[in-house]
Design a protein around this ligand. Structure first.
Ligand SMILES: Nc1nc2c(ncn2[C@@H]2O[C@H](COP(=O)(O)OP(=O)(O)OP(=O)(O)O)[C@@H](O)[C@H]2O)c(=O)[nH]1
Ligand SMILES: [Mg+2]
Length: 332
């Protein structure tokens, strides 16, 4: 699943149709009265959330989008057709900033279109200009242009479960197994350079790469992906059982997260608000006694600890069932 993070778009709402000059024609009277209709309003532009989209890739090669203009007015006071609104669909978690006004719109849920740009009003037909002194007005007004602006659009990943852990913990391998994602897995650190996403029974799982000591200060892949963690409902710490003491990598990663999402910082969610669990990986590399011992040690720091082997497909199905159960209890 490709993941496009941010882009710029120029968007233009539809222009209003023009008002027109027309006259009623009745028998014996050439100009019985003005009857020029108003122009239709131009189409507005809305943004709506979609849970089946996980990236901005559809807009990647688009530079400009336009809503339809309104039709001109017609005879017999006929209103011009309204221009069709343009409803743009974005993944839930997209933040859309109007660079002209500075206004920001955040797409938090599926559906519910939010207005980005108003269409231009249709112009007035000549029937509006009738008066006691002018029964055959020739005035009309043109439709107004629709609003337009440059937008900066950013997808702040909204995932249900974020996989964190040091390089080589097995995050991508886990993601590929529990979802249909096809992230690259290899035995060197920083294999994954951008977050991979997958769908686990309707829940979005994100592989958040590049966390090492110092990530919060920009080391490794640095901040680039830490910010996605803000928008993740629950975190799973993946720790390879190759480590002699799994609490060490856990603490390293947690410290970085804490530095990035400090507890109690006004106005922002802190790490303390996030639900976490621990998944010990590569269970096939150690004996069962070690698994038990390490789980016990980890449980002192986090009450929810699981151990799996992707290689041997051990305890994976049970863990997925458990994860789905936990995620179901969290509100969407
Ligand atoms: N023995 C064993 N090896 C595993 C298991 N899961 C993953 N690995 C291996 O561990 C290595 C790293 O796996 P990845 O999934 O690429 O790890 P990652 O955490 O995504 O690593 P980065 O993307 O570099 O941060 C690969 O060589 C995998 O084959 C497992 O259950 N058992
Ligand atoms: Mg990876």
């Amino acid at each position: 699943m490709a993941f496009v993070d941010e882009l710029n778009l120029h968007i233009v709402a539809g222009r209003g149709g023009n008002g027109v000059v027309r006259f009623l024609h009745t028998k014996g009277k050439d100009k019985a009265g003005p009857s020029g209709g108003d122009g239709g309003n131009g189409g507005a532009v809305y943004a709506a959330g979609s849970r089946s989209r996980h990236s901005l890739v559809d807009y990647k090669h688009v530079k400009e989008l336009r809503a339809k203009g309104g039709g001109d007015g017609g005879r017999n006071s006929l209103h011009g057709k309204s221009g069709e609104d343009l409803v743009l669909s974005f993944p839930v978690g997209t933040v859309i900033k109007n660079l002209s006004t500075g206004e920001e719109v955040s797409i938090e849920e599926e559906g519910t279109p939010v207005l980005l740009l108003k269409g231009g009003m249709g112009g007035l037909g000549n029937e509006h200009f009738k008066s006691s002194v002018n029964r055959t007005p020739k005035e009309w007004t043109p439709g107004k242009p629709g609003e337009e602006a440059d937008f900066f659009i950013e997808l702040r990943l909204l995932a249900d479960l974020g996989l964190v852990g040091l390089p080589n913990a097995g995050k991508t391998n886990f993601l590929n197994t529990v979802t249909k994602a096809k992230g690259k897995v290899a035995d060197y650190p920083f294999t994954t350079l951008e977050p991979n996403l997958g769908d686990m029974y309707g829940y979005i799982v994100a592989d958040i790469p590049g966390l090492i000591e110092g990530a919060s200060e920009g080391k490794g892949l640095g901040h680039a992906f830490l910010r996605h963690i803000r928008r993740t409902r629950m975190l799973a710490h993946l720790i390879s059982l190759e480590h002699k003491d799994p609490t060490v990598p856990y603490t390293t990663v947690r410290n970085e997260l804490e530095r990035y999402l400090p507890a109690g910082e006004a106005g922002s969610e802190s790490l303390a608000d996030k639900d976490e669990l621990v998944i010990l990986t590569k269970r096939d590399l150690v004996d069962e006694k070690t698994v038990e011992r390490q789980m016990k040690k980890m449980k002192k720091l986090n009450s929810r600890v699981y151990a799996v082997s992707i290689l041997d497909d051990k305890a994976v199905k049970e863990l997925v069932d458990e994860l789905v159960k936990i995620l179901r209890t969290k509100k969407k």
